[in-house]
Design a binder for this molecule. Structure first.
Ligand SMILES: Cc1cc2nc3c(=O)[nH]c(=O)nc-3n(C[C@H](O)[C@H](O)[C@H](O)COP(=O)(O)O)c2cc1C
Length: 185
């Protein structure tokens, strides 16, 4: 069974470096044999989680996201670091989805990446993101990818200018797809 991966960025802006990395990572995952569905969180507008809203029925956007997560084996999240953590838009998605039973993320595999113009590449945000994902039962891949100085890291064709980084991304994508494939076997 082909590994099915749902992929989204934690940045909503069009010129996002994380969206750029998402595109590149998705193509590496596809080369490694996975089927990747990229979604844009701009298309899934959710109110801030409020149990009173949930009591009146889940929003359509969270129902759609739940179906998408359930239809895939894994998620790729490529997100900026905001104040050493991850953006509220991602937390809000996780909070809404965490209220369904069974838990849509339970038993899924997770691959985390970040990009930042800074020197740490947004890596601290990924450590914060692991916590709620693990709480929801996601098998978060031990290795993550954080792209530092992301404003200068891409070549014109959208690949990474530095060969060593390209090779690392490719190898991580391959490792992750074989992990999901093994679990599916
Ligand atoms: C609210 C906010 C907080 C930020 N905090 C961090 C941070 O902690 N670490 C970091 O490397 N960059 C931080 N940045 C800068 C982002 O990394 C930078 O804006 C980046 O381009 C955002 O990702 P995007 O291009 O994918 O939208 C922050 C930006 C914003 C708007």
């Amino acid at each position: 069974m082909v590994a099915k991966i749902l992929a989204f960025s934690g940045s909503l802006r069009a010129a996002s470096v994380n969206r750029k990395l998402l595109k590149l990572a998705a193509s590496e995952l596809r080369e490694a044999g996975a089927e990747v569905t990229i979604i844009d969180l701009n298309d899934y507008e959710l109110p801030f989680y409020n149990q009173e809203l949930q009591d009146g029925g889940f929003p359509e956007a969270s129902d759609k996201l739940r179906e998408l997560v359930e239809a895939h084996d894994a998620v790729l999240i490529v997100t900026p670091e905001y104040n050493f953590s991850f953006p509220a838009v991602v937390k809000n998605v996780l909070d809404w989805l965490s209220r369904y039973r069974p838990q849509p993320f339970g038993g899924k595999h997770g691959l985390l990446m970040s990009a930042s113009p800074g020197f740490v590449g947004g890596n601290r945000g990924l450590w914060a993101l692991r916590v709620p994902l693990e709480c929801m039962g996601v098998h978060v891949h031990p290795n993550m990818f954080s792209l530092a100085q992301a404003n200068k890291a891409f070549a014109d064709d959208g690949t990474l200018a530095e060969d060593a980084l390209s090779a690392r991304l490719k190898s991580l994508a391959g490792d992750f797809v074989s992990r999901v494939d093994k679990a599916n076997a």
